[in-house]
Design a protein around this ligand. Structure first.
Ligand code: KIV
Ligand code: NA
Length: 265
């Protein structure tokens, strides 16, 4: 199988062909996701919660992200690997460049940063230096204490307009992919139609160019109550690899996410 590249993902958006993403933190699950046809793998800082047992993503370090990126890279045949920059590893453009370089050398194909307009200078620098960037907007878990919990974002018109404005700023700064977490479906749809880059959603409705879920969530092994946007695919006597395949099938044919997994304004 040919490697999935950023150009391929852009082409899929142009063709209206949905692509898939799952989080992954090790080599063996990466291999199973490759077999199932998952195009993009996110080494998410959610590993702080699902692997390390932390109660948020804030304690995760750049070394943790490099370790898991290297493990995923060794297990990967052809998926596009995105890695989260952890909390406070990109507070200034130069700090971001140093840390993004570490992740790229560990095997990432793209780095993901949480935030809005304030990220413009950082994204411009990374982009100029040849590092592809995904910007994560909407519910940004590294800001959970400022947001006052894991809440749906962009519910009123002013908040929705701000997300659009910041998205366009980040795209002009060089962001290659946008990821929206927990926004109303209608907003997810209009953003996806408006921005020129591929859009990945989680709790952002069925109309984004791609979907992502945390692997543990979609295998039904969360600690605690799963979020509304989560669906357990490890059902009907499936193997883990079959569960990944079912997820790919349901995202591509538009069965997942269903209305019950989405938010209204
Ligand atoms: O860390 C993560 O798993 C993420 C996804 C939920 C988008 O950022
Ligand atoms: Na993350």
């Amino acid at each position: 199988t040919r490697p999935i590249t950023l150009s391929k993902l852009q082409q899929m958006k142009r063709n209206g062909e949905k692509f898939t993403c799952l989080t992954c933190y090790d080599a063996t699950f990466t291999h199973a996701m490759n077999n199932a046809g998952v195009e993009t793998i996110l080494v998410g800082d959610s590993l702080g919660m699902v692997v390390q047992g932390q109660d948020s993503t804030l304690p995760v370090s750049i070394d943790d992200m490099c370790y898991h990126t290297a493990a995923v890279k060794r297990g990967n045949s052809h998926a596009f690997i995105m890695t989260d920059m952890p909390f406070m590893s990109y507070s200034t453009p130069t700090q971001a460049l140093d840390n993004a370089a570490k992740l790229m050398q560990a095997g990432a194909n793209m780095v993901k940063l949480e935030g809005g307009s304030w990220l413009s200078d950082t994204i411009r620098l990374l982009s100029e230096r040849g590092i592809p960037v995904c910007a994560h907007l909407g519910l940004t878990p590294q800001a959970v204490h400022k947001l006052g919990g894991y809440k749906v974002q962009g519910k009123d018109k002013a908040a929705a307009d701000l997300i659009l404005k910041e998205s366009l700023e980040l795209v002009s700064a060089g962001a290659d992919i946008l990821l929206y977490e927990c926004i109303p479906s209608e907003l997810g749809k209009s953003l996806t139609e408006t921005v020129p880059v591929p859009v990945i959603g989680i709790g952002a409705g069925a109309d984004t160019d791609a979907q992502v879920l945390v692997m543990h969530d979609m295998l039904g092994i969360n600690i605690g109550r799963p979020a509304k946007f989560v669906k357990n695919f490890l059902t009907n006597g499936r193997t883990i690899e079959d569960a990944f395949t079912a997820y790919v099938t349901e995202v591509k044919n538009g069965t997942f996410p269903a209305a019950e997994h989405t938010f209204d304004a």
